[in-house]
Design a protein around this ligand. Structure first.
Ligand code: WQD
Length: 332
């Protein structure tokens, strides 16, 4: 298949391009480089032996996007990763988040309709479930999310569902990610946020590299087995493979899948695994809870297994090993 991947040079997008190419699909990447680097293209080529076609285009710009569809008139599907994704920043810059994440979804969906591209895979998030007991199932009602980033995912899901309702040939697959971590085992692709990382795994990696002195564990008095927050961490390579299964599946209307492992892991378990697998000390201190954090959530991952034939295979040891390997090998 020939697939347009927006945000294809980002963390999840780049890993997905590798898995698509490894499964004999043809990839065209659109990325505005706001949170990614052009070298990622070289690294995708190094891993796969194939250099994808790349357009340095912002998906919110309809005319620029039109030139991509004009140059490649026969996409079999699109996977839409492009977007802003920092929860804290979204609270400070709500307009940037609503504008980028919603306008890009609408501009891309409209281009798909006018070019008869009927398969749209959307990068959504478990954050759309809001605050309710786990495991999260795809048929649960959604609750209000606690920040503009989360709202852009919930509203984009709604927009795509309405587009699918109005256009019977158009199908939308909404993939709700849990906490993607790890890196490509080659050490060539991984998560490389600008500045001080907000998310746990990149922060631990900076501590491992001694670029930051110690990790703050946000709260150890949650109602969880060891008191620290619990999440469903999933290796980014497993997540990428889920996209290949989703784009290959014939569907109609709206399909929703959780992409998680189905298993909760605590912050303390992450720290201990990172230290022991990589044989490195991770200094930490217990700090107050971070505002807006939930105690615990994880996926019910059975629907993706039953309908896509996909399930996460990589372990916590793989996640922390590959995250550290990327830090030490990538030369970034
Ligand atoms: C994980 C756990 C923290 C940093 C967010 C978004 C979600 C998705 C992924 C994507 C929590 C604890 C963290 C630190 C810590 N967004 N923690 N010290 O908040 O589950 O999910 O990122 O694009 O939509 O909400 O992920 O990695 O920030 O936190 O103790 O320095 O680690 O309290 O329990 P989160 P996270």
């Amino acid at each position: 298949m020939k697939i347009l991947v927006t945000g294809g040079l980002g963390f999840i997008g780049s890993h997905t391009c590798v898995e698509l190419i490894s499964n004999q699909h043809q990839v065209v990447i659109v990325d505005n480089l706001v949170n990614s680097k052009p070298e990622v293209l070289d690294r995708i080529e190094k891993i796969t032996g194939v250099r994808p076609v790349f357009f340095p285009v912002d998906v919110t710009e309809a005319l620029a996007l039109e030139s991509v569809f004009a140059a490649h008139p026969h996409f079999d599907g699109v996977i839409h990763f492009a977007g802003l994704k920092a929860v804290g920043e979204s609270v400070e810059k709500p307009i940037a988040y609503y504008y980028n994440n919603l306008v890009s979804t609408m501009v891309l969906a409209e281009a798909c309709l006018s070019h008869h591209v009927n398969r749209f895979i959307f990068s959504s998030s478990a954050t759309v479930y809001g605050d309710q007991p786990s495991p999260y199932r795809e048929d649960m009602d959604l609750k209000t999310t606690s920040n503009p980033y989360g709202e852009t995912k919930a509203v984009s899901e709604r927009i795509l569902s309405d587009v699918a309702k109005a256009n019977p040939d158009f199908s939308a697959t909404l993939l709700r990610y849990f906490n993607p971590v790890g890196a490509h085992p080659s050490g060539l692709l991984g998560e490389d946020p600008n500045g001080i990382p907000n998310n746990l795994m990149p922060f631990v990696s900076k501590v491992a590299r001694r670029e930051l002195p110690k990790l703050k564990i946000f709260g150890n008095d949650y109602p969880t087995p060891d008191g620290t927050g619990v999440r469903d961490y999933i290796h980014v390579v497993d997540l990428a493979k889920g996209h290949v299964k989703a784009v290959e599946k014939r569907t109609s209307g709206v399909s929703i899948y959780n992409l998680g492992t189905g298993k909760g892991i605590s912050v303390m378990e992450i720290v201990k695994a990172y230290a022991s697998v990589n044989d490195i000390d991770i200094p930490y201190e217990i700090a107050p809870r971070r505002s807006g954090d939930l105690a615990s959530y994880y996926a019910d991952a059975t629907k993706a297994k039953d309908e896509l034939g996909w399930e996460a295979e990589l372990t916590l040891a793989d996640m922390v090993r590959d995250a550290y390997h990327f830090e030490t090998v990538s030369g970034k």
